[in-house]
Design a protein around this ligand. Structure first.
Ligand code: ADP
Ligand code: MG
Length: 380
């Protein structure tokens, strides 16, 4: 009785989650940085699913605006808490799904902190990349009596619409092509693909990638905020009984800074970079938004980034975007445009708007859940 009702409830909940689609948007607010005058905050409050910001007004009177997400992490959230909700995605990679995880936001908002973590390389502050691979190793070990897994990684950088290999060992850092093969789908065959067996292999490669990224660049931070970096994990599992093979992949992408560049100031190289970033971030936004709206045409071909990730965006693939917010009041302009971008790619709002079109199923399931909850409440 009681247990079965609980079990049913959970099953239905999962179904509803599935029907909601494969795009998740989480928002993370960076804390004020130590040593910097904290100043005024642009964030009024944060709860589990929404964020309210303070908007300036021409007339001196402040306004409030709220945005809804699948999840919001406040400034005190730890790396572990932020990763916890990502864990189911990691499991699905081993089940043969393709997954993309993005970090979006203006430079300095915490993208690299979320994906990589601070340079000290302490276990408790490691970011999503490390934790994802750690979990892949742990879970594949647990399944080793039934499935034999091989895990390998690539690290790519997209800078000015050119794809470069961050794991190149010849120091050449040449420009690579994205190709389409019938067996592997879209991939970059000429980039180094390195088998990994443990987290120490991964740390070694991350360091190598980090070093390669700064080659030819005088100011590493500046370069890294103007390029996308992508850690791709390929997983191949062979079922020991049937010998069938399944493939899953995961792209972990630290995007270029989303800040708009003042057109009057940017010239030459800086202007070119800004145009490329702008183009690829809008292309990404267009792709995710059209997937969230279930459009039939998805414009993958408008940037290298969306071409590269084509097989892992849409269809059965799962997408998670971490949208990063700086808390400072003087960043409010960028914060608002970041939140607007996030709102556009988020299926939350659209899900509500779509309600009468395609979610009769969702409605029915919700009613069943309500009935079951009521039944459950009566038992207690
Ligand atoms: P981005 O990659 O978006 O340019 P970073 O991740 O480099 O931004 O973050 C900018 C600074 O803020 C770094 O010094 C980073 O260590 C710090 N920082 C970012 N997010 C957090 C956080 N959640 N907790 C503590 N420090 C953070
Ligand atoms: Mg960064």
């Amino acid at each position: 009785g009681y247990k079965r009702v609980l079990e049913e409830n959970r099953k239905l909940y999962n179904l509803v989650q599935d029907l909601r689609g494969n795009i998740r948007v989480y928002c993370r607010v960076r804390p004020f940085l130590p040593g910097k005058a904290s100043g005024l905050s642009a964030v009024d409050h944060v709860d589990e699913g929404s964020i309210t910001i303070i908007t300036p007004s021409k007339y001196g009177k402040e306004g409030r605006k709220s945005f809804t997400f699948n999840k919001v992490f406040g400034p005190a959230a730890s790396q572990e808490e932020v990763f916890a909700d990502t864990q189911p995605l990691i499991r699905s990679v081993l089940d043969g799904y393709n997954v993309c995880i993005f970090a979006y936001g203006q430079t300095g908002s915490g993208k690299t902190h979320t994906m990589t973590g601070p340079d000290d390389l302490k276990e408790e502050t490691m970011g999503v990349n490390y934790r994802a691979l750690r979990d892949l190793f742990l879970l594949s070990e647990q399944r080793k009596d039934t499935i034999s897994y091989e895990i390998s990684v690539q690290m790519l950088e997209i800078y000015n619409e050119q794809v470069k290999d961050l794991l190149a060992t010849d120091g050449q850092n040449k420009r690579l092509e994205i190709r389409n093969s019938s067996q592997k789908g879209l991939n970059v065959p000429d980039a180094n693909t390195v088998p990994v067996k443990s987290t120490s292999d991964v740390i070694y490669l991350m360091n190598l990638g980090h070093k390669n990224r700064s080659v030819g660049s005088t100011a590493m931070n500046i370069r890294s905020s103007r390029s996308h970096s992508c850690l791709t994990v390929h997983v191949q599992g062979r079922d020991l009984a049937s010998n069938t093979v399944l493939r899953g992949s995961m792209h972990l992408v630290d995007l270029a800074g989303s800040e708009r560049v003042d057109k009057s100031e940017a010239v030459g190289e800086r202007l070119k970079e800004a145009q490329h970033i702008n183009k690829s971030l809008s292309a990404l936004g267009d792709v995710i938004a059209s997937l969230a709206q279930k459009n039939t045409h998805v414009p993958y071909r408008n940037s290298k980034l969306t071409q590269l990730l084509q097989d892992s965006l849409g269809g059965q693939a799962k997408t998670l975007m971490f949208v990063h917010i700086s808390p400072e009041h003087d960043a409010i302009g960028e914060t608002i445009s970041t939140l607007k971008f996030a709102e556009r790619v988020s299926s939350v709002e659209l899900g509500a708007a779509r309600a009468n079109k395609d979610s009769a199923d969702v409605k029915e399931l919700k009613e069943q859940i309500a009935t079951l909850k009521a039944a459950l409440a009566r038992k207690e």
